[in-house]
Design a binder for this molecule. Structure first.
Ligand SMILES: Nc1ncnc2c1ncn2[C@@H]1O[C@H](COP(=O)(O)OS(=O)(=O)O)[C@@H](OP(=O)(O)O)[C@H]1O
Length: 381
């Protein structure tokens, strides 16, 4: 017959058993979490532990799906809402306010996650970018970034870090730390369109890495100026008319080149400082117009320039009639396709045709100089 336990001893055994069980569970959990095979996206969907990195006290909403969605509904590789789906209504989010000292445009990132979307992976290293989309504002830079990051060998920062124009004093470690992790064979890319018109940016970028590849998305400077103005007007409805801002004197047709919307379009002028630091072969110019009419063709050239296999092809795009722009198909054919957010492809404000004609005349010699410098005719007539 087994000896009977006193109640005190029984309680002690019970306590020891509970303690052992808890330790086992704790160890099991620790081992599972640290094992690489358990850090896949599907695991993260259930744990959802990742917080956006903190930069300058501001949270970067970068590649982090909202937890409830990812846990409940996300398929591996599928992006989180809200963002445009097919011919449905385009996201009605507005541009977020610009925050000086911190990377901008988190809303874009929320509304347009990349096709190779994963919650920030824990593998690989953070590296300084090997390619930068340096301009131009309203040229189509977001489209190029979102299209190129579909490529499995590209890792892109979704927000604009503004390192070489606003945050340089924060240092290269700060900048590197903003980048997504990448494997050795992958290319890290960021885009900040204001670099192209920042005088000191070429020198600073060359100092970081003289071999970095530079992408400039250019668009007819007249359309670009109207796009820029339309964006400003959407935020500040009380600004003067386009015509008042664009011309010193309407009758003489003297263009006001001190207005940024006009000045940014003087591409030949802004290009010069870049050529003091980089050979033209290290710069690639994307046509903002062809990016809309033939995104696959334009992206083929971008992939060639970056030394990547042409994996982003016409199979990835379809023309969304509601948006009036090419959008990305969902990889594999299933699920929702993805268009850029509503701040991309706005209906432009109506501009007097005479003003447009005057601006065309104004830009013509500058455009010709630009075509000659880059050895490419963009046909902005
Ligand atoms: N596929 C696709 N979908 C939507 N929009 C597209 C696309 N491809 C190019 N574009 C053009 O991109 C213009 C915005 O340019 P950026 O992304 O460089 O703007 S920004 O400087 O980052 O604000 C934007 O300018 P607007 O049309 O004036 O809004 C678009 O014309």
């Amino acid at each position: 017959m087994a000896p009977r336990l006193s109640p005190r001893r029984a309680r002690r055994y019970l306590f020891l058993c509970t303690l052992c069980l808890s330790c086992t569970l704790l160890c099991y959990n620790l081992v599972l979490r640290s094992h690489p095979s358990m850090q896949s996206q599907s695991y993260q969907q259930f744990s959802c532990p990742l917080q956006p990195p903190i930069v300058g006290g501001k949270k970067l909403l970068q590649k982090i799906p909202p937890c409830p969605h990812s846990a409940a509904t996300a398929q591996p590789g599928s992006p989180p809402p809200p963002y445009t789906t097919g011919d449905q209504k385009i996201s009605n989010q507005t541009d977020p306010p610009k925050i000086t000292g911190a990377p901008t445009k988190p809303t874009e990132q929320q509304t347009y996650p990349p096709a190779n979307f994963t919650a920030t992976p824990r593998y690989g290293q953070k590296r300084l970018p090997q390619a930068i989309i340096v301009g131009v504002k309203k040229g189509g830079t977001r489209a190029v970034l979102e299209f190129i990051r579909v490529h499995p060998e590209v890792r892109a920062m979704g927000t604009e870090p503004h390192f070489f124009d606003r945050n340089y004093e924060k240092g290269l470690d700060w900048y590197r730390n903003l980048m997504p992790r990448s494997l050795d064979r992958q290319i890290t890319v960021e885009k900040t369109p204001s670099y192209f018109v920042t005088r000191d940016a070429p020198r600073k970028i060359a100092h970081m890495s003289p071999r970095v590849k530079l992408i400039v998305v250019v668009r007819n400077p007249v359309t670009r100026a109207i796009s820029d103005y339309t964006q400003t007007l959407s935020k500040k409805p009380d600004i003067p008319s386009f015509s008042e801002l664009a011309f010193h004197n309407k009758t003489s047709g003297e263009v006001d080149t001190s207005w940024n919307a006009i000045r940014i379009g003087l591409y030949a002028l802004h290009l010069q400082p870049w050529l003091n630091h980089f050979p033209i072969s290290q710069m690639h110019f994307v046509s903002g117009e062809r990016l809309i009419t033939d995104p696959a063709g334009e992206m083929a050239r971008v992939q060639d320039f970056l030394g990547l296999k042409r994996l982003v092809t016409d199979k990835h795009f379809y023309f969304n009639k509601t948006k009036g722009f090419p959008c990305l198909k969902k990889p594999g054919g299933g699920g929702a396709p993805r268009c850029l957010g509503k701040s991309k492809g706005r209906t432009h404000v109506q501009i007097n045709p005479e003003d447009i004609e005057q601006l065309r005349d104004f830009y013509r010699p500058h455009n010709i100089k630009f075509y000659e410098t880059v050895g490419q005719d963009f046909h902005w007539e």
